[in-house]
Design a protein around this ligand. Sequence first.
Ligand SMILES: C[S@@+](CC[C@H](N)C(=O)[O-])C[C@H]1O[C@@H](n2cnc3c(N)ncnc32)[C@H](O)[C@@H]1O
Length: 470
Amino acid sequence: MLVDHVVTATVATVRAGQRVRILDPACGDGRFLVAAAEAVRQAGGVAELTGVDIDLGGLHAAGLLGDVEAIEADALVHDWGSRRFDVIVGNPPFLSQLASATARDGGSRFGGGPYADAAADFLALAVRLAVDDGGRVGLVLPTSLLTARDAGPIRCEVAAHATMEWFWASRDLMFDAAVRTCAIGFRRGAAALLTAAGPSPTIARSAGADFVRIEPVAAPAATPNDHWGWLIADSHGLPPVPPIHAAGTVADHALVTANFRDQYYGLVGAVRDDADGPPLITTGLIDPGRCHWGERSTRFAKQRFDAPRVDRSTLVPFMQRWADRCLVPKVLVATQSRVLEAVVDEAGAWLPAVPVIRVVPNGPESLWQIAAVLTSPVASALIAEQSVGSGLSAATVRVSQRTLGQLAWPAGALTAAVGALRSGDLAACGRAVDAAYGVHDETLYGWWWDHVSHAAADRRRYSGAGDECG
Ligand SMILES: C[S@@+](CC[C@H](N)C(=O)[O-])C[C@H]1O[C@@H](n2cnc3c(N)ncnc32)[C@H](O)[C@@H]1O
C-alpha cells in the first residue's frame, strides 16, 4: 500500500529510544501519521505526531485527536516559527491552478510561478520544515510536478537543500483519473550539499501498485528549469541522455518565437490555395529536414488546402508587421511530434501557422547550424525528457519557445552536420551533431532514427492529423 511504502522509505533508520517528530501538513484522516508512528515504534523509537489540516474532521472521525497534536490551519500560511520535524510525510492536495474551482488566492508563496500546483508549495514547505541535518520528507505528488514549468523555482530550492533519495511512480492512474501520481523522498542537510560537488548519488526507484523495483538513476548535473523528467523518461520509452559537452544554449544563437491566438485569428480568412502571397507552413507540413508544402495537403482553420498561401492584402496592420518579422531566413519547428522536426527557410519566404515555432538566427552563419542541432538525437531526447509527465499522452513532445531557447548548444564543431543536412542526409546530420555534443550512443540514436524515419506516420497516429490549433 502506498502509505506504508512512503512511510517505510521515509522513516528509514531510527535508533532505539530515539524521539522522532513527525508531521503531516495535510493530514486528512491521519493515515500517514498512524503508519509512521507504527514504523517508528517497531524500530524502538518514540513518535511525536503533528497533523495539520484545514478541516480536522478526518482526524476526529478516526478517533486520533488524542494521539496527535492537531492543528486546524492552512499549512501553507501557518506561522511555523522555528519548529522543525525529523520526518514529514503525507499526500497533500493536488490543486491545479488551471482549474478555477481549486485555484488558490494569489500566487505561490514558495517561489513557484502562478500555475504551480499547490502540491509544489507543500513540497517546498516540507523541505523547509525538515530538520537541517538529515530531516526526511516523503510526499505523494502529481507527476506533472516533475516537469511543470511553474514548479521550476521550487524544484530548484528543494534540490539546493535536500538530496532526492527515492522515487515511486504509479503505472496507472491512481486517486484521480486526471492525475498521475508519484511519491518522492528527500533527505535534507549538509550531506546533500556535499554531494553537489562529488559524484551524483543514485536514486532508488519503484513503480506500480506492487512497488516493483526498477533501475536506480543518478540525477544529472543540471537540467533546464531544474526539471526532474529524467526520473520517468525511461518508463515513457525515452532513452537516457548521457552527459553532454554544451556551450550555451540555442537562445545564444537565435531568437525563438511562438505564435498564439492573435496570429491564428489574424490569418483566418487570409489563407487560400489560389492566393498570391507567402506559403503558409503548418505543423503537418514539417518533417525532419523537409517541408512538404505543395506536396502534401494540410488543414488550417478547419479547411483543407493543397498549397496554402497568405493573401497579405487582407491582413490587418499588426499582422502585416508580424509577416514582415517572419519573412526572414529562419528555421521552423513543428510542435506535435515525437522528435524535433525542423526545416530551413533560407529565402525567408514562408509564414508559420500556429503553433509552428520560428527560430530566427542572430547571424546568417547560424541558420543551418540551428536546423542541424535540432535534427539530432541529443536535442530531441533533451526536449522530450523535460516535458515527460506533463500530460496524459506520452506520445508527443512538448516543444515550446522556452524549451527550445533553453536547449543546450553543442560544444563541438557543426561543419559536418550542416553539410549532411544540406545534402538531405538526416542520419549523418544526427550522428555529427551528437558527436559535437560529445555523445556516441547507439540506443539514443536508434530511438531517434526510428521516429525520424516514421515521422509522417507518427504524426498521423499521435496527433490524429488534426487541425492547427487556435
Ligand atoms: C488528498 S487529502 C490527503 C489526506 C491524507 N493524507 C490521506 O491520505 O487521507 C488532502 C487533505 O489536505 C487538506 N488540505 C487542503 N488544503 C490544505 C491546506 N492548505 N493546509 C492544510 N490542509 C489542507 C484537505 O482538507 C484534505 O484533508
